[in-house]
Design a protein around this ligand. Structure first.
Ligand SMILES: [Zn+2]
Ligand SMILES: [Zn+2]
Length: 152
């Protein structure tokens, strides 16, 4: 089976992101740009605390990350993902399609891996044919025990 995990590394070109910020008529401030860069590098849903920890030490405080993330979400640059543990996590929204993808969540530490492809398109087509329903959508999350937690 092909490696379904998202390729790490750059996703959307940063210029495109900053352009989107400008279209939102906001200044591209340091923290906003820095947060986008962190999300670009890591390509999985991160909590505000995780984002803060990945920024240079003393760069900004948690309240700034929180406010910036809120704005980035309003601008449609990031989307929220809830694991169900009460912690808000955000990831970059993909350009070019609706951003539909799946996640794999560790049941012990709640680490999240984003899965690039959708395995259910064929299933949706079959369902549509049998049921007569159209414009099908689905939500599906996978859980498991991550490699780190297996070591512990
Ligand atoms: Zn884990
Ligand atoms: Zn899917």
């Amino acid at each position: 089976m092909a490696d379904l995990r998202r390729k790490t590394g750059p996703s959307r070109p940063l210029g495109e992101l900053t352009e989107a910020l400008r279209r939102g008529e906001r200044r591209v401030t340091g923290p906003r740009l820095a947060i986008l860069q962190v999300l670009r590098e890591h390509r999985r849903p991160l909590s505000n605390k995780e984002v803060l920890a990945l920024l240079p030490q003393g760069y900004c405080d948690l309240a700034t990350v929180y406010r910036s993330m809120h704005l980035l979400r309003r601008l449609g640059l990031v989307q929220r993902f809830d694991v169900g543990d009460g912690v808000a996590r955000h990831e970059l929204r993909d350009a070019g399609h609706d951003g539909h993808h799946h996640h794999l969540v560790c049941r012990r530490c709640a680490q999240v891996v984003a899965i690039d492809c959708c395995l259910l398109e064929e299933v949706e087509r079959e369902l549509s044919r049998h049921s007569g329903y159209q414009a099908l959508q689905h939500r599906l999350e996978f859980t498991g025990i991550c490699p780190d937690c297996q070591q512990r």
